[in-house]
Design a protein around this ligand. Sequence first.
Ligand SMILES: Cc1cc2nc3c(=O)[nH]c(=O)nc-3n(C[C@H](O)[C@H](O)[C@H](O)COP(=O)(O)OP(=O)(O)OC[C@H]3O[C@@H](n4cnc5c(N)ncnc54)[C@H](O)[C@@H]3O)c2cc1C
Length: 511
Amino acid sequence: MCPDFVFALSIVVICPDNYTCIGMNKHSDDFQAALSSLSEVRRADSFEFSVPVIVAGAGAAGQCAALAAADGGAEVWLLERDATPKGSTAMSEGAICAAASKSQIEAGITDSPALFAKDIIEKTGGKVDPDFAQVIATEAGPTVDWLIDTHGLPLVFDHDWEACYGHSVQRLHKPPSGTGEELISALANAAETAGVQLITSAKLSKVYRDDTGAVTGVCVERPTGESEDIGCGALILATCGFGANPNMIAENIPSMKDAFYWGHEGNDGFGIRVGQALGGATQHMDAYQGLGLLAKAYGEIVHPAVIFHGGVLINTDGERFEHEVVDVSGQGARIMAQPDQSAWAVFNTGAHEAGLKTAPMQKIDALGGIKRADTVEDLAGIIGCPVDALTDTLAHVSETAKANTEDRFGRPFEPSDAPDFPLYTAKVTGALFHTQGGLIVDGHGQVLREDGAALPNLFAAGGTARSISGPGPSGYLPAAGLCMAVTLGRLAGEQAAKVAGAQLLEDAAAE
Ligand SMILES: Cc1cc2nc3c(=O)[nH]c(=O)nc-3n(C[C@H](O)[C@H](O)[C@H](O)COP(=O)(O)OP(=O)(O)OC[C@H]3O[C@@H](n4cnc5c(N)ncnc54)[C@H](O)[C@@H]3O)c2cc1C
């Protein structure tokens, strides 16, 4: 059925403004009242129109969930609050980590789901659910293959991304342009080809449930303020996390409440709150991906390639303050702790050339954000730091690199890393990119209650679900955000199609 027809139906529900109060303290009465206003009891047979599977949020997770549900034979509607689906996915570099994909095997990399799971568990210090980590580690490779082979996505193995920040081997896959824009457009094209009905400017604003806790339908709000109801057999929440909700950040990640948020504005935590309103439990709500390499003035990220090739971070005292390649996510908070809450990435000619192979660095360079220094005095002038301190800092890195050994932070340097002039530099700051905690789901993306029982037909994927990062900032593995989005999206879509199909058969038998 044409969605325009459905939205012309005259069922109008007045939805409360849930967005202003969803960040309140979870123990307060107001919070509980706000949560209960997100769901309402309504019989499944009371809707004028129903769709087997509804997916809310058309980022990478929602698109993959919709694709998988369509592959499973279900009619799927994909609701997106914006006029064009973009989400944080479009802001990303489109990089997806996955083990044992066909393209990783072709690249000659020895990897396995077991090694990937071990990396995930070690990165979180053993604080992640090992069974869940194993599911994601096992299913990510087949998900990348499915996207390429079944849905024609132009994903390629990234030969340039080194094994680092917790990945013990190279395992990143990306669109050829290295942009999330290319990834989201390719996903949207694939979903359209698969028959997924995308409905834009359609914000999930409320859910309906029956006495058993099963979702019976959704309320969709239009930019005009009108809203309409649609029944459904299964609901997949894929509206991402809560980075754009200052109240939820203050409540769950107080250390980042003053940090700059560099993600999509739609990540307001609504899907997580809806899941809670339906009885879903949450986990690791203090987890997030921070990043220290945001060139804020240029709206781009200084590519980690310049750091892999020996680049260092120097503060306005002229000093280094960390092992720059050990913890990409926790780096954000460490830079925020420096004078001016910023630092300068300083790198040599080889690193500069490696960085310029990437789209973000090309943009920063074109805008004049990468400065060249021919002497230590030049560099100190650009950074605004004492020459003596900077001279000592560079000398220490140089000696370490030439000796092919580790520095005082335990970071190994090679001779090619030596900071020989000319050097290049770009100013960076710490930011909050996306949250990693969310609804607890099982290996099929099905939302679980506190007691571990699954809600009958509610699923979550991407930033709305708990991730594989454990608590805090330091468990985030590079490219785990999209790995989770596409992998859990696919698993949730497959299972939602089965649940909705079984419900249809039951309904038919009852008639
Ligand atoms: C700058 C940046 C770079 C990154 N780079 C990478 C990378 O290279 N690799 C990686 O793995 N991760 C990266 N990440 C993280 C990655 O982008 C996210 O983990 C991933 O995009 C999450 O996908 P998602 O589908 O859950 O969310 P999103 O892509 O944000 O999609 C959620 C969608 O839901 C919609 N929505 C929200 N509320 C509603 C509602 N009520 N009703 C209907 N629709 C709604 C939003 O408009 C949005 O379109 C990066 C993040 C940022 C910010």
